[in-house]
Design a protein around this ligand. Structure first.
Ligand code: TYD
Length: 148
């Protein structure tokens, strides 16, 4: 099922996820200002942020992994993309079109991104540094891990 994140009344059904709503100062004359604050709207201390942007038109999917311990929040800060979430039991897809609404990518949540607009830029904030050993990149291994 594809949900439009713009319809914020809708619930995230997968485990270890949720919606993060940024504080927004709308200014029609000068441009908007959206604020990310650790331990406030983002419910963890941020150690790392990274940007996925200038995506090749040939690239159809990014992500396709889960994390054992890492918690992240993902924002589509320009353009749009579709985020697919899978907790091993439930699956959900969210069309991300609003830069002020992010999605939590919690522990043990398989995630992938598709359907990128040409101007798509994704900002991810994370509660720890990059650690390859924290990744589960094999879907069958993920399903076994999620059952535990
Ligand atoms: P990867 O997580 O595979 O990207 P995506 O999930 O978006 O498809 O990361 C791509 C490469 O970048 C991989 O070799 C690991 C490296 N990387 C870092 O060195 N530091 C980081 O913070 C991240 C997110 C990735």
């Amino acid at each position: 099922m594809t949900l439009k994140l713009i319809l914020t009344g809708m619930k995230i059904k997968v485990k270890n996820s949720g919606v993060v709503k940024l504080q927004l100062y709308k200014d029609a004359k000068r441009g908007n200002l959206a604020i990310i604050e650790a331990m406030k709207n983002v419910p963890f201390a941020i150690k790392r942020a990274y940007l996925i942007h200038k995506l090749s038109k040939k690239i159809k999917v990014r992500g396709e992994h889960a994390h054992k311990k890492l918690t992240q929040a993902m924002f589509c800060v320009s353009g749009s993309c579709t985020l697919h979430l899978d907790d091993g039991q439930n699956r959900q897809s969210v069309r991300m079109t609003d830069s002020t609404h992010g999605i939590i990518l919690g522990r043990g949540l398989w995630h992938s991104m598709t359907d990128f607009s040409d101007d798509c830029a994704i900002l991810i904030v994370a509660d720890d540094y990059y650690k390859e050993s924290d990744y589960i990149r094999d879907y069958q291994k993920f399903l076994k891990y999620a059952k535990r």
